[in-house]
Ligand binder design. Structure first.
Ligand code: MRU
Length: 352
């Protein structure tokens, strides 16, 4: 990879500032956990797995800072840190999954009476493990997904579910990368993804960097493009998948799934099992983040809507499982009925 979305140096976290792409490639350094939480809120780092990995490193930084104070109540004081990270963004379940995994690790270490500096070092190692496992999961799911694609293949995607949205390699774009690595001729159509333009700014940039052919379209062109023919699959990532397969992903994913059904193009979701929330029976229960109206009323800092207009700005929508042809995970490909197949894959998956 010619860029790092997230880099850990042992005592600081480095994030590629995604708010500045594609025009500037700026890496920001973090040593203080509230700044890491703010980076998640402000979309310096975004994408469900990337948010989870970043929160894990943020907790590791906090543990380091707190342990250096020489007190003996690290596990209790970390509770506030978990709360801060859980409050950053509500939809991506990977965030809550990663915070919980760090919390369990800290608790196990403190029960066994380890001194605070040792707990802090172990938490940094845990965050590194979460990072590594995310890349490995993406490579595995990428290979499963690549096998679903013909050669040559034209893939339509939405938002950015690439290396920029994960610790590396990507989920939906991981499938594309794996297909290219397997020698398939694969090209991508990227939806621009209003209102924050993750498709135009990030997916187009990332694929260009990798030399994978990419054509950018505005969101309202997807129907015309699918009707024209020659699109072999729509592949998207996910922020949270309920156990019945209902999938929350970037706003605009649901209409794309409806269009794919109408044009008989398979609609695939590519996501690690850490994105499946087995506690939720259906997508109705997935909390949907609403973001600032400014994202809709302004374009590149310029107002494009009248002052005072009412705005609705949900960041995600839910695609019903009935529109999803398959969910591609690191443990294999789930097909309907997802309540059974996702559960089976969870049991097969190697424990972290
Ligand atoms: O608001 P964002 O940019 O964090 O939303 C990202 C998405 O919706 C992605 O498609 C999803 O997180 C999957 S990333 C592998």
């Amino acid at each position: 990879m010619s860029f790092d979305t997230i880099r850990w140096t042992g005592d600081r976290l480095v994030l590629l500032d995604q708010t500045l792409l594609p025009t500037q490639e700026v890496y920001r350094e973090y040593t203080h956990y509230p700044d890491v939480a703010r980076a998640i809120v402000d979309l310096v780092v975004r994408g469900a797995p990337a948010i989870g990995v970043t929160a894990a490193f943020g907790i590791a930084l906090a543990a380091r800072e707190l342990a250096a104070e020489g007190r003996t109540d690290l596990p209790e004081r970390l509770e506030e840190v978990y709360r801060v990270f859980r409050a950053t963004r509500p939809t991506a379940v990977n965030l809550f999954w990663a915070v919980e995994r760090m919390r369990r690790r800290a608790e196990a270490l403190s029960v066994s009476g380890r001194p605070d500096p040792e707990v802090a070092r172990a938490l940094a190692a845990e965050a590194e493990a979460i990072f590594r496992e995310d890349v490995e999961a993406n490579r595995r799911l990428g290979a499963f997904g690549a096998a679903l694609l013909p050669d040559p293949a034209m893939v339509l995607t939405h938002c950015n579910a690439g290396a920029l949205a994960t610790a590396g390699y990507g989920t939906a774009l991981g499938v594309v990368r794996a297909a290219a690595e397997a020698g398939k001729r694969v090209a991508v159509i990227a939806d621009e993804t209003r209102p924050v333009l993750q498709g135009a700014r990030l997916t187009a940039w990332e694929l260009q960097r990798d030399g994978i052919p990419v054509t950018l379209i505005a969101d309202n062109m997807a129907g015309a493009r699918l009707r024209r023919g020659g699109v072999d699959a729509v592949i998207v990532g996910a922020d949270r998948i309920a156990r019945n397969g209902d999938t929350a992903n970037k706003i605009g994913t649901y209409p794309l799934a409806v269009l794919a059904r109408e044009h008989r193009v398979p609609f695939y979701v590519a996501a690690p099992l850490s994105t499946v929330d087995f506690a939720l029976a259906s997508g109705e229960e997935i909390p949907i983040e609403e973001r600032s109206e400014r994202e809709v009323t302004h374009w590149g800092g310029t107002r494009v809507a009248p002052e005072g207009v009412a705005v609705w700005n949900p960041a995600f929508d839910v695609t019903p499982a009935a529109l999803v042809a398959a969910i591609v995970t690191e443990a294999g490909v789930a097909r309907p009925p997802y309540a059974e197949t996702l559960e089976r894959l969870r049991r097969q998956a190697p424990a972290p």
